[in-house]
Design a protein around this ligand. Sequence first.
Ligand SMILES: [Ca+2]
Ligand SMILES: [Ca+2]
Length: 349
Amino acid sequence: MPRDTGQLLKNNLIFLSKSIILKMKQLLLIMGFLPLMGKAQFHPAAGVAGTSAIKKDSSIIVNWAVSCKVVRGPQDISNPGAGYANVGDSSKATGAADVSSVVSLGDGGSATLTFQTPIKNLAGFDFCVFENSFDPGFLELAFVEVSSDGINFTRFPATSNLQFTVQIGPFDTSSDPSKLNNLAGKYIGGYGVPFDLQELNGVAGLNINAITHVKIIDAVGCIQNQYATYDKNNNKINDPWATPYGSSGFDLDAVGVINQIPVSVMEQTALTNLVSIINTGGSDELIVNNFSGDNLHVKIYNASGQEITDEIIEKGFNTLSLHPFCAGIYFVKISSGSSFFTKKIVKIN
Ligand SMILES: [Ca+2]
Ligand SMILES: [Ca+2]
């Protein structure tokens, strides 16, 4: 082989091996990026293929919240003296979604809703939350929690992969629903954000087949450390802020029920699923929330088994006073026909 040809071949081999190494490096780089590219892409905006948005008149919505209790947050958490959010009232969040009538929660404010009959976990999404956004990129967000006793609430693990280095301003439409998961408000008005109770399966003290309360809590959205609220990955949630107006924060329109304990089969359902008994901190007030369609019989016995009160309660929230009774242990017996259950309560003072 002539010397020149040998050198040429050698050069070609060097070039070839260099380009193979380069290709391999490029491939490794792409492979390294793949998990990042696949990460955190959630359901896109209403109307876009792959969305999970549920239209307000969808036939899968079988019921709506029947009561709502609102705790307003300030219009501007950094200036609490300037007053609280004040648009709408709690009644605006009950009944069907209509986009136009809402209750504004303010920075960090909350709304707790109850239902005609408990929400039940079945295949797929079980309930959905409506806000009144006018632009798919203007998204005021809220955490969603559920409870089966009205006392202990469990938060859906929320994710925000939006940037949190530049504050989203009050007229900013740069938000992106495909970077948000398990946060109410990720869709435009008229389209509900759905939640699947199966995701909370196994949480101690939570009966995902008899959810009595849904709580919506405004994500403050400010990226300053002292006011920020965080997602499950401990990332700051960035949403339009500051909004120092009466309509500050999450604007709750409605909560739609997709799966519920059917009203007609309530009689066959354990009575314990249809009643919640709340005696916060051993106080002298006993709240009995009756989700069954019927009046129920409530008897209270003292520790010696003597009957001390006997009342009929209607559906909905009923407040019974324990005021006349001494501190101590009591038993509350709830009955309907032949079915009943008993719960121990403690009156502290
Ligand atoms: Ca479900
Ligand atoms: Ca907010």
